[in-house]
Design a protein around this ligand. Structure first.
Ligand SMILES: *Cc1c(COP(=O)(O)O)cnc(C)c1O
Length: 429
């Protein structure tokens, strides 16, 4: 009998992984709380929440039970012309806690589709209101270093980099600006003053740009930028796919700013990391532009699995857990532990560590060896060495970060920190 690795290698194509010289994938047979467990029974702390999706720990019995019960009742039904309890209940639960005044929930399957839907809504918002080509707004504004997903629209509004290189000729033009700093904020607002009348929508990752390298920026400056953007009637799209559901210390990162978005995109933590589900929520302004007798102004978008009842049930269960006192306390504890660790790292004055930073439950720094880029090879043996310590982390190039499930204990966090400190000492020498 062949090993699972060998069977995998003959039939599977993995995401973001080269087909040649790829290290053998590790078979994971079980998840339990903060741990993932391999075939030999080794346990690893999931320090990146399995790509930022898992917020309550693996194989959570409460979420599992709700999915199971829903599967026995109704696993799926076409969502055009039909409705069901999980979809309506989830929308009713979410709308009041979203950052701003939102009125409708549009379901899709994942983070990329949630942003695709948002971009399409923003473009069609202008199209629906103007029969005069000349007054339509067509441009989309986005940040440098942004990441909004891997489908074509999402790639278009993302940083042009190694992930998108083969497709550059096929991506639509986007106006890219830098994230706000004290040095450039006046320049950014002047740019919006001058060009705002042409811009249909602005998509951004609030407070922290994830895949672009855990780049964090200032909420007060972002608020100034958003004020100007909204004065020019540009549709604001907060991509909270990574930041949503507690990651930044508040339920949504947009809560750190006073100016609220018109559209919010969610996925990842939405179902606690158990089922694929995407949500694009919008406010009355958007809804009104689509509320018409003209059939041509319908939002013609949908997916086979739109509002899948199992996924909606998982999201409802995950929300139950998130809103419990103990979960909110756990989030607070991670924020505190991270700030302590940040001080420890800073006081170490390590010559190989730079840009130590934190936003809520996310802490990140760069290893100052080689170039700051995704293909930096400083992380080559990193994951293997960390796994020997019972910790799983996966850097973005030379950017190392921790983003664990909220159920991680203080002891488990200490274990992650020690493993990191051990590795830093190793590369220092
Ligand atoms: C991961 C991510 C996406 C894409 O989500 P997928 O579910 O992987 O398609 C979009 N935006 C942000 C901010 C993300 O972190």
């Amino acid at each position: 009998m062949q090993t699972l690795q060998k069977r995998d290698q003959s039939v599977i194509w993995h995401p973001f992984s080269p087909l040649k010289n790829m290290p053998e994938p590790i078979p994971i047979v079980k998840g339990e709380g903060v741990y993932i467990i391999d075939e030999s029974g080794n346990k690893y702390i999931d320090g990146i929440s399995s790509w930022w999706v898992n917020i309550h720990g693996h194989a959570h019995p409460y979420i599992a039970e709700k999915i199971y019960k829903q599967a026995l009742q109704l696993e799926h039904v076409i969502f055009a012309g039909f409705t069901h309890y999980p979809a309506v209940e989830l929308a009713e639960r979410l709308l009041p806690i979203l950052p701003g005044k939102f009125s409708k929930i549009f379901y899709s399957d994942n983070g990329s589709t949630a942003t695709e839907v948002a971009i399409k809504m923003a473009i069609q918002y202008w199209w629906n209101q103007s029969d005069n080509e000349a007054t339509q707004r067509k441009k989309i504004l986005a940040f440098e270093h942004s990441y909004h997903g891997d489908t074509f629209g999402a790639m278009s509004v993302s940083e042009r980099g190694i992930f998108t290189k083969a497709f550059h000729n096929y991506l639509f033009d986007v106006v890219f600006i830098d994230t706000p700093t004290t040095d450039n904020i006046d320049q950014l607002t002047s740019f919006i003053e001058a060009n705002g009348h042409e811009i249909a929508g602005f998509i951004y990752e609030p407070l922290i740009q994830g895949s672009g390298g855990m780049r964090m920026y200032d909420p007060a400056l972002m608020n100034i930028l958003l004020e100007t953007v909204q004065q020019h009637n540009i549709i604001c799209i907060a991509d909270e796919v990574m930041t949503g559901f507690g990651r930044t210390g508040k339920i949504f990162a947009s809560e750190h700013m006073q100016v609220k978005p018109d559209i919010v995109c969610m996925s990842k933590g939405l179902t606690g990391g158990t089922m694929a589900l995407g949500i694009t929520a919008c406010n009355d302004k958007i809804v009104e532009a689509f509320t018409t007798d003209d059939r041509l102004k319908t939002f013609f978008h949908g997916h086979s699995f739109t509002a899948n009842p199992l996924a909606c049930s998982a999201a409802l269960a995950s929300l139950d857990l998130l809103q419990r006192e103990e979960c909110l306390a756990a989030i607070k504890n991670i924020c505190e532990q991270h700030s302590n660790f940040m001080r420890v790292l800073e006081q170490k004055h390590s010559p190989v560590v730079k840009n130590i930073r934190q936003t809520g439950t996310i802490i990140a720094f760069e290893i100052s060896i080689g170039k700051d880029e995704y293909l930096n090879t400083v992380n080559k043996d990193f994951s293997r060495l960390m796994m020997q310590q019972g910790v799983y982390l996966r850097p973005l190039g030379n950017t190392v970060y921790i983003m664990s499930p909220y159920c991680i204990t203080t002891e488990e966090l200490q274990k992650v920190y020690s493993a990191l400190l051990g590795w830093i000492s190793l590369i220092e020498s």
